[in-house]
Design a protein around this ligand. Sequence first.
Ligand code: PLP
Length: 403
Amino acid sequence: VRPVPFTPRPVPLSATLAVNEAIARRRREGRRVLPLGFGEAGIPIHPALTRELAAAAGRGGYGPVAGSAALRAAAAGYWTRRGLPTDPSAVVAGPGSKPLLYALLTAIGGDVVVPAPSWVSYAAQASLAGAEPIRVATPPGEGGVPSPALLADAVVRARARGREVRAVVVTLPDNPTGTIASEETVKRMCSVARRHGLVVISDEIYRDLVHEPGRTVPSPARHAPERTVVTTALSKSLAAGGWRLGVARLPDGPFGRALRDSLLGVASEIWSSAPAPMQQAAAYAFAEPPELAEHVDRSRRLHAAVAGAVADRFAAAGAKVVRPEAAFYLYPDFGPLRETLREAHGVRTAADLTNLLLERYGVGVLPGSSFGDAPSALRMRVAPSLLYGEDDEHRLAALASPE
Ligand code: PLP
């Protein structure tokens, strides 16, 4: 038998999924591991949503590439209620926002600016799509949006070396830092995008998990509606990541329509249509019936309580922690403890610290380097189980009274 005469293109497992696998391996060996790497809400799925999915289980046919009319109308309503008037024809559904983001990068077809730090997959997806990810630092204390001045500079420099920069990705609210960029920063970033002809991809998957009640999240779609794509999903606020359902809101006007056509072309070659039962459940979820809206609100309060308590403990231990304003992540920087960690444990980098936490203490987290930044930071999920135990019953009770 002749061996195959080439090696496949090396594509490493995404850092978040790799940590999942490492945890699963250790669990199979009978070790206890606290999974704080992967971005899961750690709350139970609402029974009304499960019922809706069960009722749709008989739907086995393919549907329209863009998604069902019911889902597109519901998602349009969701965005319209958040101050982004949306026509159902501007909505495209997919099997999660991750594949939608990849399909968008493929449809846009050029280099892309990503914030530093930012969610692990933007840069990896850009590279897979044959584009160059250009990292631009965020303003101090404001995660998720590249600093407008640095963005302009990076685009000019990349173009001067022949790169075709076409898009900038932002995360509002941010993962990994859990912070929310200011309206002013978003507005200034949008004017840079307009001046340099960039598409803005605004990943707003954590929009409904803002800790302070009533606080609004800025969206570039308000400042640059002609060039902004917004994405969201059921994964985080409704804890239904495994259901794989996301939606994109394409820009207004001729460019938006052309981009939608290209996105549908890519989608038609990759997933054909999002899973039909999930679309029906998602149509129900995006209509925001009171029982789901209350569930999201309770989980928002729960995440706020847990994130605040865990941030305080890290700060008391001497780490530098920016207090998260949304979502369920903490991004503590162990820089101030560098000497202590080196002397006590031989730890030099965040990757060393991640390994130590997994091997010795059974805690799975991610190093800041996975997010393209901060050699001494870690990203950890602040799971409700940290304060309320692992089983659903405890977490449900905690949901009912997160204070
Ligand atoms: N965007 C961000 C910022 C995320 O943190 C995640 C999940 O971790 C995703 C997108 C992917 O979500 P989905 O489950 O919709 O593919």
